[in-house]
Design a protein around this ligand. Structure first.
Ligand code: TRP
Length: 449
């Protein structure tokens, strides 16, 4: 059977941008920008996207498309009988790790959609909203039921394949996500004092731009583009030979950044307008924002839209993570896609259940002082992803045949617009700049510097 692939250019963009745009764009980026220098941070962040994010995304695409194989198979083909395939193995492990807790958080989002429908935030104080959240995440059954539902939807889409599953649904979900965010932006910008939130986000505060902020920007640029674990590599393997890899990577990065900014514009004007302290991460989404929604006219409708936005953003990311696992088993063991998808979804869900319970009855069982779920987050974001990204740079920069790189970037000569200068800069980045930058972030992330 011919290998499945993406059908259209728009489909590739929707799927790859769908992977990149996730919870990180909506609840992490706006907050770290606001508290680390606003516009000043933004400049550093954009530089990191261009200098670190883009070259690695292009590298992953090159590895994937030149071999048309899964994350492990690709390294086995390009570097037979060498230890380089460890990059693929780490990617596979990281996919299991990230997906297990992503499913749990996405489940919370779905529960909050239902909370908004039933108007459950009405009249509650911050403390009550905070208790409501804690009691959800620590209960035994409720979050697991939502998590399993989310995982089942993820599995359903992935089982249908690339063209008829991932591409088809990304082309529906991405415009939906865009629409949701635009409605929320318009609502936020028309509130009193909206400018205060905009200032928080965009006004350059160079005094807040510390060295730590620069590292934060670097780490986030990397995470937000879903790099370092073979996701873009696997998607790259489904990109047809006629597509331009460089412009695909540029477009995905632009889409990712634009959505992150629009998310900030949807959130902070609303939060400031109601005089609420801007929190970060789960606290921002599940406590501060419900406090906004309960005071806003028709707030429960905006609540439904916002939590649906989170769930959709999580879904287009989770399908790309599951695909890393499914592609490996179907190709290397010649197994049926449906069977592999069912088993891997079940396997990841079981680990996810442990993550969920680690916020409740399994709280006492800690690893290096972290609950199981926090440990999974730490392991992926601070160790596996940066290490994977570092090795991918070194692989492309030092090991891989330069002819393959050139052929992939120029589509064997049919794209003449890729100049030699670009090639030189690209190699300079993957050989020296990106590995050094990632190494610093990695050492910082594990508290060694
Ligand atoms: N990019 C996702 C976000 O911004 C998170 C993420 C990191 C991810 N690595 C990934 C998603 C791999 C899919 C695949 O939230």
């Amino acid at each position: 059977m011919a290998r499945d692939s993406f059908k259209s250019r728009l489909g590739i963009l929707a799927a790859a941008a769908g992977s990149a745009i996730g919870l990180g764009n909506i609840w992490r980026f706006p907050h770290i920008t606001g508290t680390n220098g606003g516009g000043a941070f933004l400049i550093v962040y954009l530089v990191c996207i261009v200098l670190i994010g883009l070259p690695i995304m292009i590298s992953e695409f090159i590895i994937g498309r030149s071999t048309k194989k899964n994350a492990i198979g690709a390294f086995r083909e390009l570097a037979p009988k060498t230890p380089w395939s460890i990059i693929g193995w780490m990617g596979l492990l990281c996919a299991v790790v990230i997906l297990s807790f992503y499913g749990v958080v996405a489940g919370w989002c779905m529960h909050y959609v239902s909370n908004s429908i039933t108007n459950s935030f009405a009249g509650k104080s911050v403390t009550e909203l905070s208790n409501m959240f804690t009691s959800l995440i620590s209960s035994n059954w409720l979050p697991i039921i939502w998590q399993l539902l989310f995982m089942a939807i993820t599995g359903y889409i992935v089982a249908a394949g690339i063209k008829n599953g991932i591409e088809k649904y990304s082309k529906i979900l991405m415009p939906l996500m865009f629409l949701l965010i635009i409605i929320l932006d318009i609502r936020a910008l028309t509130l009193d004092n909206a400018m205060e939130g905009i200032n928080f986000l965009f006004k350059p505060k160079f005094n807040e731009l510390t060295l730590d902020a620069v590292f934060l920007a670097l780490g986030h640029a990397f995470f937000t583009l879903s790099l370092g674990m073979g996701t873009m590599l696997t998607y790259g393997s489904y990109i047809n030979d006629g597509e331009n890899l460089k412009s695909t990577a540029v477009n995905v990065s632009i889409a990712d950044t634009v959505i992150a900014l629009l998310a900030g514009i949807a959130i902070f004007p609303a939060v400031f307008s109601y005089g609420i302290k801007p929190d970060t991460g789960a606290g921002l989404a599940f406590i501060s924002l419900p406090l906004v929604f309960e005071q806003m006219p028709f707030g429960n409708i905006f609540g439904i839209l916002f939590f649906s936005l989170l769930a959709v953003a999580a879904l287009t990311s989770s399908i790309s993570i599951l695909e890393v696992i499914v592609a490996y088993f179907t190709e290397e063991f010649n197994m049926s896609r449906t069977k592999v998808t069912v088993f891997s979804t079940l396997f990841v869900s079981i680990i996810g259940i442990l993550c969920s319970l680690s916020n409740g009855i399994l709280k006492e069982y800690t690893i290096f002082g972290m609950t199981f779920m926090n440990f999974m987050e730490y392991l992926s974001a601070n160790i596996l992803l940066p290490l994977g990204g570092l090795l991918i740079c070194l692989f492309v920069g030092y090991y891989m045949d330069k002819k393959i790189i050139k052929d992939q970037l120029r589509n064997k000569g049919s794209i003449s617009s890729i100049s030699s200068t670009f090639l030189v800069i690209f190699l300079l980045l993957v050989k020296f700049i990106s590995p050094i930058a990632i190494l610093i972030v990695f050492l910082k992330g594990i508290n060694l510097i």
